[in-house]
Write a protein that binds this ligand. Structure first.
Ligand code: SF4
Length: 719
């Protein structure tokens, strides 16, 4: 924006929305945020912002901003003091823990929390209370990417960075609509293509999306056949000898389950996936698959794969991630500039605050796991708690957490900075569970679809009303300065967590006087893990740094596992997360979704995002320009299907699954088009009747525990 003539000061921050993590400069005047502009010195966005980012000031003073704590009494929310709310919360925690044990309480956080909040919550629940019942919404968007990286490379998070986009010659985008979900990164991709006409883009997606507008090749495969497609591309790469055998011999190992395979055995495994055979499964032509594989493996091109929820939100999401990694490992297109598999992140700090802090039910800080006694001991030492008190058993993951609330096993649940009452798949039983358990919700806005079910709602300080650290999708840790005071009695979530900790008798574990002190304690957890994070004072000055940074004053790391980029590797490439230093090429068979269409429910349903809105709309539906641009969500149909069921553009259509239903207006020939036999619905709508998660399925990947939002079977009825 060019606005801001009357700005008193500009404050450095990071966009509040997606995982791209664009740098912003926030203009403040008379104690209010009046304008935002892209930070030209931030390497992520170089001054660019998308329409959501540029309108960020409008999320601050909305009419539903919560200004004081509320407690539900006789079915009505009444205003209370912080003291009253905190005493009530601490009392409920104490009562449940005394009567039913520590596993009767839980915490559900967010990839929108700053790292310090997630760290304190993790320490309070896992270290002080002694339960691993702490999970968060990154489970529903990133868990399969985590499990994919960990199983293939031994360590989580990408080896490359966004800078690879500027050097890649072929992009393989599968299950990601970057044009709408990661718009600024998409503009880097378009720049790259415009600058070099030889750059090729392959888009693989059952729906023709806006991203496909720049594609040279669109692979519109049948939903749920991604594993067959990826194996078939690997088959072509091997059969046509497009592999890099030296790289394979030096840096990889083949596994089928626990069993080691030879290259020849792996080749035999892939024999079932010739393009001629998989064409029928995927709905693509054999020639399309061959061409995509050849383009990807072209020795004269650098290759970068980009993916997100389309692969992750599947019951075989982990395997799908493994199979993308396979393509890079077979061709040696990895750990060199412009050559990398790269999972995109949904939230601004899903990596920084959840994956790195370890705020999921099986993790501990710096990619450690609760099941490992050495890891528990190391963290207990830093936290100053008894390692015997830390449970080795992973706590409830997301679906289990809300199942436990529904069954009555979970007595108290604290939800912070997220809206599961709208975002959990198969909502009906879980909303009932949220109502049943004693639920505390920390929120900037009220009511939301979760806070309306709560017993206590705590007013949260919002973006730029508190200091903190976000970690984006390329391992970039960025500091956000506090620009203004929170309104009313709103307080940072970290303050509320520490106040409850004190009332539970754990005050001595949380003596922090500043966010910097919390960060520096957390940073100790990262030393020696090859995830070494930068110091807070350096973060304040820089425009983010990509870890690891073992030398506090040294350079950031652009490419992990490879010299000369990674300070932990002396020469060549070493996948040091794995005991043998080799990455795994997995033999994973094709496996379809949990539910496929049948006579009764003949359509695939897939859900996703639109450019104008974000997650459950609590912020973007409050921005008049965004609301006007996209006032409500819709059912995007293929015109062939619309004709069959007799629905015209704009007419209401009921979407019914085995779990629930919703009613949306049909959209034909919109900004995207699904394959015939498929309906696509963005999930941002806040109206109960239009909330698609009453329809989606809560089946989940058995490795990552990530739910299969992307596919279920539905019927469509003209309403
Ligand atoms: Fe914000 Fe993402 Fe848009 Fe960048 S691309 S401005 S991080 S929403």
């Amino acid at each position: 924006t060019t606005a801001g003539q009357d700005v008193e000061k500009w404050v450095k921050g990071v966009c509040r929305y997606c995982g791209v993590g664009c740098g912003v400069l926030v203009g403040v005047s008379k104690g209010k945020i009046t304008t935002v502009k892209g930070d030209p010195d931030n390497p992520v966005n170089k001054g660019r912002l998308c329409v959501k980012g540029i309108l960020l000031p409008k999320i601050m003073d909305t009419k539903d901003r919560l200004l004081h704590p509320l407690v539900k009494k006789n079915g009505q929310f009444v205003k209370v003091t912080w003291e009253e709310a905190l005493e009530l919360i601490a009392g409920k925690f104490r009562e449940a823990i005394d009567q039913y044990g520590p596993d009767s309480v839980g915490y559900y956080g967010s990839g929108q929390n700053i790292a310090e909040e997630a760290y304190v919550a993790n320490k309070l629940f896992k270290g002080a209370i002694g339960t691993n019942n702490i999970d968060g919404n990154p489970r529903t968007c990133m868990a399969s990417a985590v499990a994919g990286y960990v199983s293939t490379f031994g360590k989580d998070e990408p080896m490359g960075t966004y800078a690879d986009i500027e050097q890649a010659d072929v992009f393989f985008i599968i299950g990601a609509n970057m044009a709408e979900a990661h718009p600024v990164l998409y503009s880097s991709l378009v720049d790259r293509k415009n600058a070099n006409p030889n750059v090729k883009i392959i888009v693989a997606d059952p729906r023709r999306t806006r991203t496909a507008d720049v594609a040279d090749m669109l692979l519109q495969f049948i939903p749920g056949t991604d594993l067959a497609l990826l194996n078939s591309m690997a088959n072509v790469i091997i059969e046509e000898e497009l592999t890099d055998r030296t790289f394979i011999d030096n840096h990889t190992t083949f596994l089928q389950g626990e069993k080691k395979l030879t290259f020849a055995e792996f080749k035999t495994f892939l024999a079932d996936y010739t393009p001629d055979r998989t064409a029928g499964v995927t709905g693509l032509s054999a020639e399309q698959i061959r061409e995509a594989a050849r383009l990807f493996a072209d020795r004269n091109r650098n290759a970068m794969s980009l993916w997100t929820m389309g692969l992750n939100q599947r019951i075989r999401g982990t395997w799908a991630n493994n199979l993308v990694h396979n393509l890079h490992l077979l061709t040696g297109k990895i750990c060199r500039p412009g050559n990398t598999p790269f999972s995109l992140t949904g939230q601004p700090s899903a990596c920084g605050s959840i994956r790195e802090v370890g705020a999921l039910s099986h993790l501990l800080p710096a990619h450690r796991v609760v099941a490992n006694p050495k890891h528990r001991e190391e963290i207990a030492g830093i936290w100053g708690v008894d390692p015997q008190k830390m449970s080795p058993k992973p706590g409830y993951h997301t679906i289990e957490m809300f199942r436990a609330a529904a069954s009555g096993a979970l007595k108290v649940l604290w939800v912070v900075c997220t809206n599961p009452g709208q975002s959990i798949p198969n909502l009906t039983p879980y909303r009932e569970g949220m109502e049943k358990t004693f639920m505390i919700v920390s929120e900037a806005y009220h009511p939301t679809r979760t806070s309306e079910l709560a017993d206590v709602v705590l007013p949260a300080a919002l973006w730029m009303e508190k200091e903190g650290v976000y970690g984006n999708g390329e391992r970039r840790t960025q500091h956000i300065a506090k620009a203004i005071e929170p309104p009313g009695e709103a307080r940072p979530d970290v303050w509320a967590l520490i106040e409850v900790a004190k009332r539970l008798g754990f005050g001595n574990l949380f003596p922090y006087r500043s966010n910097e002190e919390i960060w520096e304690e957390y940073r100790k957890c990262t030393v020696g893990t090859k995830m070494d994070l930068p110091a807070y004072d350096r973060l304040r000055k820089e425009h983010g740094l990509t870890w690891p940074l073992p030398d506090p004053g040294g350079p950031e790391t652009s490419i992990r596992y490879a010299a000369p980029y990674d300070p932990f590797v002396k020469e060549g490439i070493q996948f040091y997360g794995r005991p043998d230093g080799r990455a795994v090429i997995f033999a994973r068979p094709h496996s379809g979704p949990q539910e496929i269409p049948d006579d009764e429910y003949p359509f695939y349903l897939s859900t996703g995002r639109v450019l104008e809105h974000w997650h459950t709309g609590t912020m973007t539906m409050n921005v008049p320009e965004l609301k006007r641009a996209m006032p409500e969500m819709y059912a995007e149909l293929n015109p062939e299907d619309a004709e069959k069921i007799g629905v015209k553009d704009g007419e209401p259509v009921k979407i019914i699954s085995r779990r629930g239903e919703c009613m949306l207006k049909a959209k034909l020939n919109g900004r995207g088009q699904p394959r015939p036999g498929m309906v696509y619905v963005p999930f941002h709508d806040t109206e109960i009747a239009r909330m698609i998660n009453f329809v989606t399925i809560d089946a989940f990947d058995d490795a990552s525990k990530q739910p299969e939002y992307k596919i279920c079977a539905v019927k469509l009825v003209k309403a």
